[in-house]
Write a protein of this length. Structure first.
Length: 100
């Protein structure tokens, strides 16, 4: 068996290094997607009118963007199976607290 067939048949364990800031994560209220032939760009923003602050920009290949879309669809299905159907564009007024 050659090396490529071995890698396809086995999962590789990868250790991920992250500092405390990265582990805390970033909160975004909006997201914008753009693309070129070579890459997809995901811009995550926090909107505080009259301005929005860029929280993070992630650039990936088109193939990886498609894998991200599939993983997101799978996770949304699992979420809805557990918590109920989400409505697209639903404006949730509770974010850990009630907004009056």
């Amino acid at each position: 068996m050659d090396n490529n067939n071995q890698q396809q048949g086995q999962q590789r364990n990868v250790q991920i290094k992250a500092n405390d800031d990265a582990l805390r994560g970033k909160y975004a209220t909006h997201m914008q997607v753009s693309h070129s032939k070579e890459e997809f760009i995901f811009d995550f923003m926090s909107l505080f009118p009259p301005q929005a602050n860029l929280v993070s920009r992630v650039v990936v290949s088109p193939q990886h963007a498609k894998r991200i879309a599939a993983a997101l669809a799978d996770n949304i299905k699992k979420y809805e199976d557990q918590f109920g159907t989400l409505k697209a564009g639903e404006d949730n007024k509770e974010i850990g607290f009630k907004v009056s």
